[in-house]
Ligand binder design. Structure first.
Ligand SMILES: [Zn+2]
Length: 511
């Protein structure tokens, strides 16, 4: 395949193969020549040289390479700021898979973890461990509301928190914020967040706001109570006076299909009224979560609820179990297939499956199930993708069951930009880099500009495409040629280089 692209790392003189890490004044740096440079602002590409020195971009459009400098000839390729994944589940495996191939192979140079209300605790220790054992990519984190609830309420979480408990959570959150959390994340469709009163979340969001932080949320409902959940996040932004972001924005129920314009109008109205609300999304028609999330009242035995799930949210042949520890032979099969195997109907089967995984959860503490559900429509995905305030994410694991973990950004560039022409390439790059940096509060990443950190991706807009599928979720994308993090090459010619220059991105003062 045309994955190995015609790149030459030519050395003008005998030089180390990896870029110099000291400052450019004293040591020769790297010059990338002949690239079409998209700087992340949304401006058209320019053919200019980009010179790196140490971990920074030294100059853009400077003079020809000098003796001693390493030349990267990028003829025919496009150079962009490294992509920023604003909703990553990489925290689970980052110490086991520090090369983070899922990320670097799609041009991602920074991941933002601690999502959906769940974060490593305490963040101070997680960050210190990452400082000592860096990954190939930069890592920033939110402090999770569910994690705070877990610390304070423990197993007794199926209720509102008391004022005293909210005070305790606020104290813990303050510590997480001073450790460098970007803000507060929530997962209000999951346990334990689903049992919180809106006032509890507002009270905590105010703590994040007091430290200049943000709020990011898997909102309280992505299907039946969607509009109420959108109103709730807008209200949190209004009351707590901080930027709020809707995680993995989607229209994932039959009666929400075709309502993208209505959603965007509501978000734009909130913005016009002074609420800094933004969103991120991944480019697939199917999500990945648990079966239990489909039952917001947790009425797992209710046949009417199960029937509604299969009729309105995801059909039985669109619910694919990717993991099912209670009966491992069901993994890789849809609920429709399992119903046939069990000589049963799909409603009964869905109820039976949840009963099995809940029994397992009571026994082992983990239901051990994961499902991919097909609930979205292409026109809605395209309308949302084009919203100027929508940046991109993977919502992926470093080795997870959904192809989004390996394929999201190349899929946007190949399928949605080149093939479907949903947005222009320069706009897609802006959303993947500078817009995401603005939404996360990273002041010196996301642009190709002198002084910025040298997080860069070199790719071929003509061939870039995702290859990961539900059957092969870890297939590496095509068309991503080279990726640098803090000036160091981390991915080239389809492979990790083994370098791990990633840093912890603690919340910047005043960002
Ligand atoms: Zn989520």
């Amino acid at each position: 395949m045309k994955n190995a692209l015609p790149i030459l790392i030519g050395c003008a003189l005998a030089l180390p193969a990896t870029p110099a890490r000291a400052t450019g004044d004293t040591e020769p740096g790297v010059v990338i020549v002949n690239a079409r440079v998209l700087d992340g602002t949304g401006a058209p590409a320019r053919k200019v040289r980009v010179r790196l020195a140490g971990d920074r971009i030294l100059e853009v459009g400077g003079p020809a390479p000098r003796r001693g400098e390493t030349i990267v000839d990028a003829a025919g390729l496009t150079l962009a700021p490294g992509f920023i994944d604003t909703h990553s589940h990489g925290d689970g495996q980052i110490f086991d898979l520090p090369d983070a191939l899922a990320d670097t192979s799609q041009g991602i140079t920074t991941i933002v973890v601690g999502q959906d209300g769940g974060s490593p605790y305490p963040l101070k220790r997680f960050f210190r461990r990452l400082d000592r054992h860096p990954a190939a990519v930069n890592v920033a984190a939110y402090a999770g509301h569910g994690t705070l609830r877990d610390r304070v309420l423990g197993d007794d979480f199926k209720r509102h928190a008391t004022p005293g408990e909210i005070e305790e959570m606020k104290t813990i959150l303050e510590k997480e914020m001073s450790a460098g959390a970007l803000g507060l994340s929530s997962g209000l469709e999951y346990d334990p967040g689903i049992y919180s009163a809106p006032e509890e979340v507002v009270a905590l969001a105010k703590v994040a706001a007091a430290s200049g932080g943000r709020y990011i949320s898997h909102i309280r409902s992505e299907d039946r109570y969607f509009w109420k959940a959108i109103d709730e996040i807008i209200e949190i932004g209004r009351q707590a006076k901080l930027p709020v972001q809707v995680s993995h924005t989607k229209l994932a129920m039959r009666n929400l299909w075709g309502k993208a314009d209505r959603l965007l109008a509501r978000l734009n109205r909130a913005r016009a009224a002074g609420v800094d609300i933004t969103g991120d999304m991944y480019p697939y028609l199917y999500w990945e979560s648990t079966l239990t999330v489909l039952f917001p009242e947790r009425d797992f035995e209710n046949r009417d609820t199960a029937a509604l799930v299969l009729r309105e949210i995801a059909p039985a042949d669109g619910l694919l179990l990717t993991q099912f520890d209670a009966e491992p032979s069901y993994a890789g099969k849809t609920v429709a297939e399992i119903a046939r195997m069990r000589h049963s109907d799909t409603v009964t089967t869905l109820i039976d499956l949840i009963r099995m995984s809940e029994a397992r959860r009571l026994e082992t503490g983990d239901g051990g199930e994961s499902v991919i559900g097909t609930s979205m429509r292409e026109p809605d995905v395209e309308r949302l993708m084009a919203w100027p305030q929508m940046n991109f994410c993977t919502d992926g694991y470093l080795e997870g069951p959904h192809p989004r973990g390996f394929g999201s950004f190349p899929r946007i560039l190949g399928h949605y930009v080149r093939d479907r022409r949903v947005i222009r390439l320069e706009e897609a790059v802006r959303k993947a880099s500078a817009l995401a940096a603005a939404h996360m509060g990273f002041p010196d990443r996301g642009l190709i500009k002198a002084g910025q950190h040298a997080d860069l991706v070199l790719f071929d807009p003509a061939t870039v495409i995702d290859r990961a599928t539900p059957a092969l979720p870890h297939a590496v994308s095509a068309g991503i040629s080279r990726v640098w993090v803090n000036g160091v090459l981390v991915y080239a010619d389809g492979k990790s280089t083994g370098e791990r220059p990633g840093r912890v991105l603690r919340r910047a003062a005043g960002a």
